[in-house]
Design a protein around this ligand. Sequence first.
Ligand code: NAD
Length: 251
Amino acid sequence: MTDFEGLKALVTGGASGIGRATAELLAERGASVAVLDLDPSSVEKPLLGYRADVTDDASVRQAVASAVADLGGLDIVVNNAGIGAQGTVEDNDDDEWHRVLDVNVVGMVRVTRAALPHLRESSHAAVVNTCSIAATAGLPQRALYSATKGAVQSLTLAMAADHLREGIRVNCVNPGTADTPWVGRLLDSAADPAAERAALAARQPSGRLVSAAEVAGAIAYLASPLSGATTGTSLAVDGGMQGLRLRPVGQ
Ligand SMILES: NC(=O)c1ccc[n+]([C@@H]2O[C@H](COP(=O)([O-])OP(=O)(O)OC[C@H]3O[C@@H](n4cnc5c(N)ncnc54)[C@H](O)[C@@H]3O)[C@@H](O)[C@H]2O)c1
């Protein structure tokens, strides 16, 4: 497909996992793509890498300005950079709550704020936020992380309303557990990584983890000019985890 031919995209957290798969897919489909990441050292051509921390407004503004100058404009923003947190409400202190909210929620605000003047110049402007199944299902030991993703889901709707008449679409994807370096680190830290992986896979009706490429495909769908009537939606990419209730195999 060449639906992104001539378009310019910025992907945050694009050096790893879902962001990397998304940056590569958009480029394959014709976009010029800038990756904004804490560590863009692994980003290879044709992707352009920019170092920035989404919790630092000055670094975000500088990276977005450099990317826009190098790309020659901006049509698509994928707000994907994010971090995890484990535990119940008893397990994380106030500093940790502020830190994770700062990355996962306010980070999207900073990047979008810096990008908006450029998106307003585009005739195919789209923002896609990476949300999570944790926004819509109660998962154990994920109080803080789920709160950040619930905020992302609501923020997506509010942004879609605010910018509709400016011609900017805003949507989000809600992945289930996806096979990325992040989940790899989570499994490595488990007492029994194989059992933990099996438990995460079994939680999804499809019986397996989602791939980063599958999430990238959904992000590309929402970002594409072919989806010009789609705004304010969340697209589950979770092997049926949110909506399906299967009976045990054989019953
Ligand atoms: N992997 C999953 O199971 C899963 C499920 C649902 C949602 N998500 C969401 O998908 C997104 C990407 O997750 P992933 O699994 O690909 O993770 P990952 O750790 O593989 O990649 C995240 C990237 O974000 C970058 N990043 C982190 N903090 C940053 C900051 N402050 N500023 C700039 N860049 C920063 C990291 O350097 C890294 O390159 C996250 O928003 C996450 O919440 C992941």
